[in-house]
Design a protein around this ligand. Sequence first.
Ligand code: GDP
Ligand code: IMO
Ligand code: MG
Length: 437
Amino acid sequence: MANVVIVGSQWGDEGKGKVVDIYTEYADQVVRFQGGNNAGHTLVVGDKKTVLHLIPSGILHPGKQCLIGNGVVLDPQVFLQEIDNLKQKGYMQDDAQLVIDGNAHVIMPYHKAIDVARETRSGARKIGTTGRGIGPTYEDKVGRRGIRVADLVNPEAFARKVREFLPEKNFFLEQFLGGTALDEAAIIAEYGGYGRALAKYVGNSSLLINQSIAAGNKILFEGAQGSLLDIDHGTYPYVTSSSTVAGSACIGAGTGPRFLHQVIGISKAYVTRVGEGPFPTELHDAMGQHLREAGNEFGSTTGRPRRCGWFDAVALRYAVRTSGMTGLAITKMDVLNDLATIKLCTAYDYRGQRLEEFPNDLDILRECTPIYEEAEGWQSDLSGATRYRDLPPKAAAYLDKLEEVTGCPVILVSVGPRRDQTIQLKNPFQDGALPSP
Ligand code: GDP
Ligand code: IMO
Ligand code: MG
């Protein structure tokens, strides 16, 4: 029996949502532990597509409880809208399926306004954020002037905190960022309404998870973003404002490291990135365009085109290290179907020197050029493969190569967006091979 952590091992959008949806079948509870609605997780079941930003990707499974941990930052309006959408589609018929921890921080309107105005002011030096107020909310959390979900559902506490914090935010917005001041009464009225609407979902997710672990249940910890967007280990400052590595699951869900048993890193068979920042294997040519079109690489949160490039084993080994990954799920193999030759970067060249490890220094990383190995493409359609033995030998050889250059076993292969377009090699909750069908 095991608890499993899912994290992105690149710059986000690796297909975490799809894999969480699949692994929910083996788990009793799913808990999201960091990030906010900067995330966009797309799930496709049959011909029905669902995009989630905040609610855990286990929610399509009735009877599996989904929790939003204390480590998440929550935009109440987006949260309520997401619940409405799910209910309209016939999901989440039981409100008890969803719990938000009272200690999660609330994204306030001034956080969003500051995020957008700061990016505009930064011009060419912008981070390329999603504009959802994520950074400013985490700043206030660490600065001890945040507003938590428990405050939002307590009208007196909420109004008192808005009155206390808003003057400073308005001063900064107007005087420094050249924006418009926000109205105190309007915020209190609007957010008071959200507080009333979401009060029934508020609980103590840490308590529930630990009671569940004690009862022998299996927990799936759902990460958002990716290892290279981690606030400490990512390509700082071109990162998000939370810890995205596996260790963050303990803090953001309120449990201890001894309860995390398997860490599965989700990775595309190539690499994408949205927003600014270095990306050594980025392709600016027709091949980059081909990956973008074949992979439909447009963000599910902002619709921005994703930057595309070849698989980067240097960056992936770094992600394996910082999260202690025990297995990899490789997604989007089908996007490479048509290629005669596939490149993968196994080391960087920095001023004539061969680097095997991901450099900490962004100035060095910016100057790194990839050293590639080539693999033969399989040039056939993988999208109908459901068993490992359905894969053409050259696709299997590419997966073997990925294992070799990353030092991490591949336990799942995804060959299309749908739930059933998946080949599972091992069940991480049982640490054993699945019987072959
Ligand atoms: P997440 O943020 O990591 O959950 O990933 P996103 O949902 O933002 O982006 C992944 C995109 O790829 C979504 O549109 C998925 O439906 C899609 N997807 C996931 N796995 C596969 C796959 O194996 N093949 C293809 N073609 N698309 C996939
Ligand atoms: P999922 O969970 C891809 C990127 C933004 C920007 C940087 C900082 O869907 O994989 P932020 O709004 O967080 O302050 O932006 O991080 N970013 C993501 N990129 N997928 C995500 O989430 C992302 N969440 C944030 O594009 O470069
Ligand atoms: Mg995404």
